[in-house]
Design a protein around this ligand. Structure first.
Ligand code: GDP
Ligand code: MG
Length: 382
């Protein structure tokens, strides 16, 4: 198991920890008994002692935990006949100051539903925008988390939460280190990119230069015969927003077949969570499959509870949230982490049991880290 100490391992195979320390010492590894050992060291030790080592990854551990309750996260979309088209989920990435926040703001304000609800007072970390493409009403979900950190954190936890990345590049500045970094993240995650060439209102703007720069990194604009859509926008002037929304929908339709089953129990990912003085733990979740209902028993990372209320992106209380819909969940007993998976389970008892197991695992990992620190401290005391 990840995070296990050398002593844990010794106990498992029924030998004296000190002898393992010695074996490792001879192999050139300085490890104390209480130290948690990494996979390579474990493999080294296994080879030396003729043990077949299988490292249980956190993902495997998690899968096993859910299996014990006859549950499964992701993969299974239930009955194929129930699959329905779902909105694309979009993350905005790009170099600092290139206009990500302004663009997200401008798009949010173009949301008709928000205008009807009497302005935008509530920020829930994600929102939906409606647009018309080829005479069809289409919805797009934007995840409003700052930068690509959340995106990376979620991906690190194996939760693929984004369908499309909008890469914002300021036309006066051109591609910068974080532009390329963001692009690399999207490519690694196999997420198609739409480029928003921003700040085209500026006299020094050079949108053609941006196209040329990104072509060098493999993002070839459609107008140059490639398959990436570039859209000139001005977040401050509100120009090019409809074109950007259309490009997102067209890219989704061309590259992805976005479907989900709204009939099953809801599953998804927590985008953001905090403790609210009046309302207790509040988590913004993105429903990825199934429909989340008020009254559902849920578990989100090490948090659990029963959904007391659901608040949509314009601050309205709703009874249910369908696939690709971001929604605030009230009723959790503690605060989950950003990127934690959530799922509806059959009852409160199951939710609590799963949450407790995760909490125990978290504690064990923290303890292992603590033990490691302690041995280091002892080392420095001498
Ligand atoms: P972020 O760091 O990528 O989130 O960038 P911000 O959205 O905070 O924008 C950085 C600065 O650029 C702010 O001063 C914005 O007002 C400005 N800005 C953003 N978009 C535009 C635009 O389209 N045109 C102009 N002229 N300025 C913009
Ligand atoms: Mg910003």
């Amino acid at each position: 198991r990840r995070g296990a100490s050398l002593a844990d391992f010794a106990e498992k195979i029924g030998v004296d920890p000190a002898s393992l320390v010695q074996v490792l010492f001879h192999l050139g590894e300085m490890v104390t008994a209480n130290q948690s050992i990494n996979d390579e060291t474990l493999q080294l030790l296994g080879a030396e002692l003729n043990y077949d080592i299988q490292v249980v990854s956190p993902e495997d551990e998690e899968r096993e935990l859910l299996e014990r309750f006859d549950l499964e996260f992701g993969e299974n979309e239930g009955d194929e006949d129930d699959l329905m088209p779902r909105p694309a989920v979009v993350t905005v990435m790009g170099h600092v100051d290139h206009g990500k926040t302004r663009l997200l703001d401008a798009l949010r304000h173009s949301n008709v539903q928000a205008k009807e609800a009497g302005g935008i007072t509530q920020t829930i970390g994600a929102y939906q925008v409606e647009t018309e493409v080829d005479d069809e009403d289409r919805t797009i979900t934007f995840i409003d988390t700052p930068g690509h950190e959340a995106f990376t954190a979620m991906r690190a936890r194996g939760a693929k939460s984004t369908d499309i990345a909008v890469l914002v590049v300021a036309a006066d500045d051109g591609a910068m280190p974080q532009t390329i970094e963001a692009l690399n993240h999207a490519t690694a995650a196999d997420v198609p990119v739409v480029v928003a060439v921003n700040k085209v209102d500026k006299p020094t703007a050079d949108p053609a230069k941006v196209r040329g720069q990104l072509t060098e990194y493999g993002l070839v604009p459609e107008e140059y015969g490639g398959d990436t859509m570039f859209v000139d926008v001005s977040a401050t002037k509100g120009e090019g927003l409809d074109e950007l929304l259309e490009a997102i929908v067209l890219t989704a339709d061309a590259a992805l077949e976005l479907q989900a089953n709204p009939e099953m129990d809801a599953q998804g990912v927590a985008i953001e969570a905090h403790l609210d003085k009046g309302r207790g733990p509040v988590a913004t979740v993105l429903v990825q499959r199934g429909t989340l209902h008020v009254g559902d028993s849920i578990v989100a990372g090490p948090a659990h509870g029963r959904v007391r209320a659901l608040i949509n992106d314009v601050g309205e209380s709703v009874e249910a949230a369908e696939p690709s819909m971001p929604v605030q969940v009230l009723g959790l007993t503690s605060v989950p982490g950003a990127g934690d998976a959530f799922m509806v389970v059959p009852d409160d008892r199951t939710a609590r049991q799963i949450a407790d197991q995760r909490e125990a695992r978290k504690r064990a990992a923290a303890q292992a880290a603590g033990a490691r620190r302690k041995t280091l401290d002892q080392l420095f005391e001498q």
